[in-house]
Design a protein around this ligand. Structure first.
Ligand code: NDP
Length: 269
């Protein structure tokens, strides 16, 4: 099989390897003010990429983020509504971006929802909501953008998974979330093989990151977490943006099928 996307990059200087000038990067779930999505977008914009971000419910948040990206980094930026659990929304997103921006260099499947209870005490609807968003939604993104990557002959697909895909962390009851994120890590590995002739695929597994997603967790549980994290605190989303930029850029030209765990050491024991 001819492999089109395996060229050694021409650049040697580190800054050139990390440069994203002329690239178009799509990031789902970047409507929060301090989430991983907007930090990944800021990192990519800082390195010169044009940016597309998506929201599901927080339109104002996404519009504010777009304004900031344009103003602060001088790049082209746009937001679209996209519920990743709906195939049509995802297909429309990818078609609209290709129409407007002519190509997609990288797609960060970052949108995700948390579980609200254990298997016995919650409904089938709750199980389906989490799997539909976090696992199936990621697969819908892969299918839609994978076709574009195949046609172009290049692309980088990055999935925001979770350390919960590696360990069943205590004391939360979130089996649906753990299963979905484990599926995301293995989806990245499997796609890396499947797409070897035209795109690279990797995942990032964050630990406890202070983004607002876990605000509902009580102080006692937070303290328990911190005692179990070797670095002794939650991470901040900006502490992940370097990893997103790495996986999107030519600096990671020989990296595919990898999962980067960024969890303050939580899962290293
Ligand atoms: P945010 O709340 O900032 O981000 C979640 C994003 O997902 C929001 O933009 C939200 O959009 C979007 N979203 C939720 N449901 C859907 C849906 N059905 N379709 C499309 N978009 C949707 O929190 P985080 O930055 O923490 O989360 C980003 C990713 O990181 C998620 O995949 C999460 O599972 C993962 N993660 C987070 C960790 C943490 O500790 N924070 C740890 C490990 C992984 P909107 O607000 O517009 O509805």
């Amino acid at each position: 099989m001819e492999v089109k996307n395996n060229a050694v990059p021409k650049a040697d200087r580190l800054m050139d390897l990390f440069s994203l000038k002329g690239k178009v990067v799509v990031i789902t779930g970047a409507s929060g003010p301090r989430g991983m999505g907007i930090e990944a977008a800021r990192g990519c914009a800082e390195m010169g990429a044009d940016i597309v971000i998506t929201y599901a419910s927080r339109r104002e948040g996404a519009e504010k983020n777009v304004e900031q990206l344009q103003k602060e980094y001088g790049v082209r930026a746009k937001c679209y509504k996209c519920d990743v659990s709906q195939v049509k929304d995802v297909e429309d997103l990818v078609a609209n971006v290709v129409k407007e921006f002519k190509k997609i260099d990288a797609f960060i499947a970052n949108a995700g929802a948390t579980a609200q209870g254990g298997v016995v005490d919650s409904s089938y609807d709750e199980w389906h909501r989490v799997i539909q968003t976090d696992l199936n939604g990621t697969a819908y993104c892969a299918k839609a953008v994978g076709a574009v990557f195949k046609e172009q002959g290049f692309g980088s697909f990055v999935i925001t998974a979770s350390m919960s895909g590696h360990i069943a962390n205590y004391p939360q009851e979130q089996t649906s979330y753990n299963v979905a994120k484990a599926g995301c890590i293995h989806m990245a590995r499997s796609l890396a093989n499947e797409w070897r002739s035209f795109a690279r695929v990797n995942s990032i597994s964050p630990g406890y990151i202070d983004t607002g997603l876990s605000d509902f967790v009580d102080e006692k549980t937070q303290k328990l977490w911190h005692d179990m994290i070797p670095l002794g605190r939650d991470g901040q989303a900006k502490e992940l943006k370097g990893a997103y930029v790495y996986l999107v850029s030519d600096a990671s030209s020989y990296t595919t099928g990898a999962d980067i765990v960024i969890d303050g050491g939580y899962t290293c024991r």
